[in-house]
Design a protein around this ligand. Structure first.
Ligand code: UTP
Length: 290
């Protein structure tokens, strides 16, 4: 079965990015001039996803407004002949079919995914975390979709992380299959480095089979008192084949202030209009701070 639907969970509190996230979703914080969430929606569209469900929470209005039509703005841009900006604004609202569901309480990523059960039905689906941006030639989620076509099982997008960082991620214990694909034996949510079975971490991209929903319905709160997706995936790995796949690309955790700063600089450097001025500015800053 082809993967045609995606869930983007965007209902977390974003406590690592306070105070910005007190009243605004972290997924709407711009990297240069585009909200993080738009990069993620564009990745899904480029991969051929046809319907996207965004799981939102309180303070969600700006997310819905961003992907909606903006009649007054369009009229004003039309009147003033700003055709390029008008096209940019229209393109956003014409992008793809976007649906919304509200997670009434932030009970964890697993619970956010469970909110998508009626939307997904009985199909495999993609998950793209709303605060993980991946810069890659082939969209990261497309790479996972291609592996799914071959393996027909749940695929976890992974990369190696520093050993001291295992406590921030779901960690995979796997058996080598190819260079990049491993059959998942077990998963551990945010282990201490001394207890981690490896340093292979799940980094915000998944293709999941619909059997996960039955498991999520009975998954008890785990680390941090939240219903953890990793705990449900661990159970799913006991029931059916699951694979991790080392994707190509640079991943930024923009829910983290340092990750956000790195993404902002890297994405600005990719733009001709900013590149040389930004490099001059940074050279000066380095000199000033020596
Ligand atoms: P994170 O753990 O990075 O998000 O969840 P968070 O809880 O907002 O972050 P901090 O630790 O408080 O800063 C990964 C993704 O899952 C979503 C988040 O919005 C984020 O995109 N999420 C998390 C939900 O949708 N619901 C939840 O209950 C928890």
């Amino acid at each position: 079965m082809k993967v045609k639907k995606a869930i983007i969970p965007a209902a977390g509190f974003g406590t690592r990015f306070l105070p910005a996230t007190k009243a605004s979703p972290k997924e709407m914080i711009p990297i240069v001039d585009k909200p993080t969430l738009q990069y993620i929606v564009e990745e899904a569209i480029e991969a051929g996803i046809e319907d996207i469900l965004i799981v939102t929470g309180r303070h969600k209005r700006s997310i819905e407004d961003h992907f909606d039509k903006s009649i007054e703005l369009e009229l004003s841009l039309e009147k003033s002949g700003k055709d390029e900006l008008l096209k940019m604004v229209r393109d956003i609202s014409d992008m793809v079919r976007i649906h919304y569901i509200r997670q009434k309480e932030a009970k964890g990523l697993g619970h956010a995914i469970l909110c998508g059960k009626p939307f997904i039905g009985n199909e495999p689906f993609a998950v793209l975390l709303g605060d993980d941006v991946v810069d890659s030639k082939t969209p990261c989620i497309k790479q996972l979709m291609d592996v799914y076509e071959e393996k027909q099982g749940t695929i976890l997008g992974v990369q190696e992380v520093k050993t001291e960082d295992t406590s921030k991620y779901g960690i995979v214990d796997g058996l080598e299959d190819s260079d990049k694909i491993r059959k998942v034996k077990n998963l551990v949510e945010k282990p201490d480095p001394k207890d981690a079975p490896s340093n292979v971490a799940i980094l915000g991209r998944y293709i999941i089979t619909p059997q996960i929903f039955d498991i999520l319905e009975t998954t008890k709160p785990g680390k941090g008192g939240e219903i953890q997706l990793t705990d449900a995936l661990k159970e799913l790995a006991k029931r059916e084949n699951m694979y991790s796949y080392i994707f190509d690309g640079k991943r930024y955790d923009v829910g983290n202030k340092m990750g956000y700063l790195e993404a902002t600089i890297d994405f600005a450097l990719k733009r001709d209009e900013f590149k040389s001025d930004l490099i001059d500015f940074m050279k000066k800053k380095i000199e000033d701070n020596k």
